[in-house]
Design a protein around this ligand. Structure first.
Ligand code: MLT
Ligand code: ZN
Length: 391
């Protein structure tokens, strides 16, 4: 059985292996949304509820959901939990697992386990809900979720900032985090990505002069962050230009430069997609080293880097390297391992990254993961070939 939500995954975790006789189990019809529990700031929803539908449902009750990402109109909450998705607000609210207060799931033998009371304190043994977060459908089929909600900030401002280098972007994040406690997103992209987005979508050049790198910063809180943002950006080293939008249309316009990356890349060709995180201290050196590693594996490749800079999470997208996909993946992930990074920061392992899982997980960890899988799904019925190699 291959379990599928909105089918927006980027590592093939919800897609049956070619030529396999797997049954595809789509959960998109489990789209029930129970009334929001305003007192608990929680809601119980079916696994097939789309992220944007959850956001609207929470919004109608004066609340919001902590995770947001570009695939919001298609991705389902079941898949988001199964893959422990991250997205653009991890720096404020954490990844998907932090939003989960309980789950109902069906085990491989048909047993239903249900823990939906959402008690904030519940110290009664193994946390099975958290075990399912990030298990990629290999341990159980998540059918319902109890999710935490967050308050809606009254004021929001978004900045697009042109910076002279990766190092400047990293030091700006440090400063912004100190001086703008309402920061909730910090996204990085580079000139090559902006050129591609402009080519594919026709959006205008954001500033009079082109820059090597760009940041999208979003602050949201009780008071209007615009003035402090302008002040910080106006005095920070390495900032070449900046613009701040206080109105929704302007904010969407600035976000589009970052959020159009995936679609622009897909429109330009079939990319080799990698999603890595690097310890902050090595991020700048990694960005400098990775083009050489890719060029050695695929001389004609075009590299588009972007990502969630606060977590050291970079999406390494490589165009014009379809034939050398494995070599490129291997070259980049070896560099990642050398820097002590993760070979999958937020997309998961799926089928695509199974051969490289050992670069981020020790033999002891892999053996423990295998033991858990065998205990809950001894016949290997759920998502065979996903996350762990077949026995
Ligand atoms: C993003 O941050 O936009 C997503 O992870 C999608 C992607 O990597 O293409
Ligand atoms: Zn991402």
């Amino acid at each position: 059985v291959t379990v599928q939500g909105g089918n927006t995954g980027l590592v093939g975790g919800g897609v049956p292996a070619a030529g396999s006789d797997t049954v595809l189990l789509s959960l998109t019809r489990l789209d029930e949304r129970e009334p929001v529990d305003v007192a608990a700031r929680q809601v119980t929803v079916g696994a097939g509820v789309r992220l944007s539908a959850l956001q609207q449902h929470a919004g109608a009750a004066g609340l919001d959901f902590g995770v947001d990402l570009a695939a919001r109109d298609s991705a389902t909450v079941g898949g988001l939990v199964a893959t422990n998705a991250g997205g653009i607000r991890v720096l404020r609210h954490g990844s998907m697992r932090e939003q989960v207060a309980g789950a109902e799931a069906v085990l491989a033998d048909g047993t239903v386990i249900s823990r939906l009371t959402g008690l904030p304190k519940d110290n009664t043994g193994y946390d099975l809900t958290q075990l399912l977060a990030g298990s990629e459908g290999t341990l159980a089929v998540i059918t319902r979720l109890r999710l935490r909600l967050v308050g809606v900030p009254a004021q929001r401002a978004v900045a697009l900032v042109a910076v002279e280098s990766t190092a400047a972007a990293i030091s700006l994040i440090g400063r912004v985090r100190d001086e703008l406690p309402d920061l909730q997103a910090a996204e990085l992209f580079y000139r090559a990505g902006l050129d591609l987005v402009r080519e594919q979508t026709g959006v205008p050049e954001p500033f009079t002069e082109p820059a090597p790198a760009y940041l999208v910063l979003e602050c949201a809180g009780r008071t209007d962050p615009t003035d402090v943002m302008l002040e910080v950006l106006g005095s920070a080293d390495g900032v070449l230009d900046a613009t701040v939008a206080g109105d929704l249309a302007g904010q969407r316009r600035l976000w589009a430069y970052r959020e159009s990356h995936t679609e622009a890349i897909n429109a330009a060709g079939v990319p080799v997609k990698l999603d890595v995180s690097i310890p902050m201290g090595g991020l700048d050196a990694f960005v400098a080293e990775v083009p050489g590693a890719i060029a050695a594996a695929a001389p004609k490749a075009r590299l588009i880097l972007f990502g969630h800079v606060n977590e050291g999470n970079l999406h390494v997208n490589v165009l014009d390297a379809v034939d050398e996909g494995e070599e490129v993946t291997d070259a980049v992930l070896q560099v990642v391992a050398r820097y002590g990074g993760s070979i999958s920061s937020e997309h998961g392992i799926g089928r695509a990254k199974v051969p490289w899982l050992h670069l981020s997980r020790s033999p002891a960890e892999l053996a423990a993961m295998r033991a858990i899988k065998n205990a809950l799904d001894p016949a290997g019925l759920l998502n065979p070939g996903v996350l762990l190699p077949d026995d």
